[in-house]
Design a protein around this ligand. Structure first.
Ligand SMILES: Cc1ncc(COP(=O)(O)O)c(C=O)c1O
Length: 278
């Protein structure tokens, strides 16, 4: 499922995770939108792009100290107002009063959790299931057996599990170590939606840590790109495909299974992720 083709800039799962927040901001008469992320954040990139496209101001609260990355250059060019929180300041993002000073400084701005997370973000991903169903006939499938996608916060996966209501299992290849709490976040989102904590499986796919890239992964990614003629990026889509290959090789996928792999985008960060490796 090519979510990377959703839009050239508001790409991948980001549009879906943002959509509920943008609707809420509109309904509440907000004048802008603010959110947080790292210096390579696909989420901030999509938000800044949405602001530039639909003409609303955006604020990005960044992890760490000021640095230049291609993503940061794009955020500035797209008109996003940036603030660097340091590492300690960024760690406070889950505290109850985190947004208070920012809401004072940017009155009437809609805050969006890191990575477009939260129940609104998850619910925004539910329409992806409809898009998949619409495309099945084109590949001659009456149905499918499972969904596969990368997980960072687990928000997209939770939204798909909500929409599936148990019809098909959803496999989430974690691009972050388990210590980042993806499992707990998915459980919490499903609980908030009043659903059972089931219908999905999380797999470790981070290969030593978030954003860690190794030569085996890069060779695998490049071979896949050549074979499929589809661009991937190393941190989510390539790691997820690699985890899927390992799952198949371990004999955990029944022969003849119809799997839908969701390309969650992130191509804006591809070059920087590869450059960091070289
Ligand atoms: C390209 C890409 N794929 C997958 C994900 C994982 O999405 P989620 O945080 O909803 O688990 C992200 C992070 O948002 C991402 O940038």
């Amino acid at each position: 499922m090519r979510l990377d083709l959703t839009d050239r800039l508001i790409s991948g799962n980001k549009w879906f995770k943002l959509s509920g927040y943008l609707q809420q901001a509109d309904a509440a008469g907000c004048t802008g939108v603010m959110s947080l992320g790292g210096a390579h954040s696909n989420h901030l990139h999509a938000l800044a792009s949405a602001g530039a496209r639909f003409n609303f101001p955006t604020v990005g609260l960044l992890r760490g100290t000021e640095c230049q990355t291609p993503t940061v250059a794009d955020l500035k060019a797209l008109g996003m107002q940036l603030h660097w929180l340091g590492y300690g300041g960024y760690r406070k993002r889950h505290e109850a009063d985190f947004w208070v000073p920012w809401q004072q400084q940017y009155a009437h701005f809609q805050p969006v959790p890191e990575g477009g997370g939260g129940l609104l973000g998850a619910r925004g991903c539910a329409p992806i299931i409809g898009l998949i169903r619409e495309q099945l006939a084109a590949i001659g499938w009456a149905d499918y057996d499972a969904l596969w996608l990368g997980a960072g916060t687990g928000t997209t996966l939770a939204g798909l599990v909500m929409a599936e209501t148990g019809a098909h299992p959803v496999y989430g290849a974690m691009a972050v170590p388990a210590s980042h709490g993806v499992q707990a976040q998915v459980t919490q989102l499903l609980g908030q939606a009043g659903l059972a904590d089931s219908g999905y499986q999380l797999l470790d796919a981070c290969r030593g840590g978030f954003a860690k890239v190794d030569s085996e992964l890069v060779s695998f990614m490049q071979a896949c790109e050549q074979q499929m003629n589809i661009p991937l990026e190393p941190l989510y889509t390539a790691k997820t495909l690699f985890a899927l290959q390992q799952h198949v090789r371990a004999g955990l996928v029944a022969q003849g299974s119809r799997l839908i792999f969701i390309h969650t985008g992130g191509l804006q960060g591809r070059a920087a992720a590869l450059a960091a490796f070289q």
